[in-house]
Ligand binder design. Structure first.
Ligand SMILES: [Zn+2]
Length: 248
């Protein structure tokens, strides 16, 4: 009976493609990343050669293009089983993401990424700590990822909690790490958790401060950024529009 069950994701998976793989292939043949390659069927995971051939900017562009597809309701044809098998012996992710646990903001889905494309750290409010930094250092220094993305999102519950001084078990300490962003946000209107305009302004400031903290608390990542090996970028995901906006 199980053989006859067709899961929606399984069905879609047969038609998806690995965007970052295409981006790497595009670089190799000098075509750039674009719709020209959209008919090319590639299903394996990102290889080391492909990842290494991409610049940080090309990797960010690949994520932007993936989000554009997501907003259009399109996806690259992708075979998760092939990606899983191809990546089982080794992984060569192009980026490491730090994003919120919010169930509505799954980075791989909203940027149309596949197995082996990116490392993904998720914690409420996308704040950094020593374990997150250790994960990022592994991703970039040891594994070769070239981009660090810190992605906040609109209407974030953790940001609301920090604004409202919510207290609950271990959550209290986590929210304390967001409170500097509440303080640092310049905003003339109502500074409450029910004013989503303010909540989103704090969320953006929280991304900026998290990036500053990453640079300050991780000399390993700061050095990689200074010498041009990696780029550290901020982004905000809009729950209503589906758009990921990268900071300039
Ligand atoms: Zn959130």
């Amino acid at each position: 009976m199980c053989d006859t069950v067709e899961y929606p994701g399984q069905y879609r998976g047969t038609r998806r493609r690995n965007f970052l793989k295409l981006a790497g292939a595009a670089t190799v043949v000098g075509l750039g990343v674009g719709p020209l390659l959209s008919t090319q069927a590639r299903a394996d995971a990102l290889t080391k050669a492909q990842r290494d051939s991409m610049t940080p900017k090309q990797i960010v562009d690949a994520m932007k293009h993936g989000n554009a597809r997501f907003q259009r309701g399109e996806r690259k044809a992708r075979d998760y089983l092939r990606e899983q098998r191809a990546s089982a012996a080794g992984q060569y992710p192009a980026a490491v993401l730090l994003s919120c646990i919010d169930s509505r903001a799954p980075a791989e889905v909203i940027m149309d990424l596949g197995i082996g494309d990116v490392f993904n750290c998720r914690v409420a409010g996308n704040i950094e700590n020593s374990d997150i930094l250790g994960s990022m250092e592994f991703a970039c220094k040891l594994s070769g990822a070239k981009v660090v993305v810190v992605m906040g999102h609109t209407a974030c519950g953790a940001i609301k909690g920090a604004i409202a001084n919510a207290e609950l078990g271990n959550l209290t300490g986590l929210l304390d790490k967001i409170k500097p962003a509440v303080e640092a946000t310049k905003y003339d209107g109502e500074r409450t958790a029910t004013n989503y305009d303010f909540v989103d302004a704090v969320s953006r400031k929280n991304v900026e401060l998290t990036i500053a903290n990453i640079r300050e608390h991780s000399p390993v990542l700061a050095e990689l950024e200074t010498n041009g090996t990696i780029e550290i970028v901020g982004a905000m995901y809009n729950l209503k529009t589906g758009a990921v906006t990268f900071f300039d």
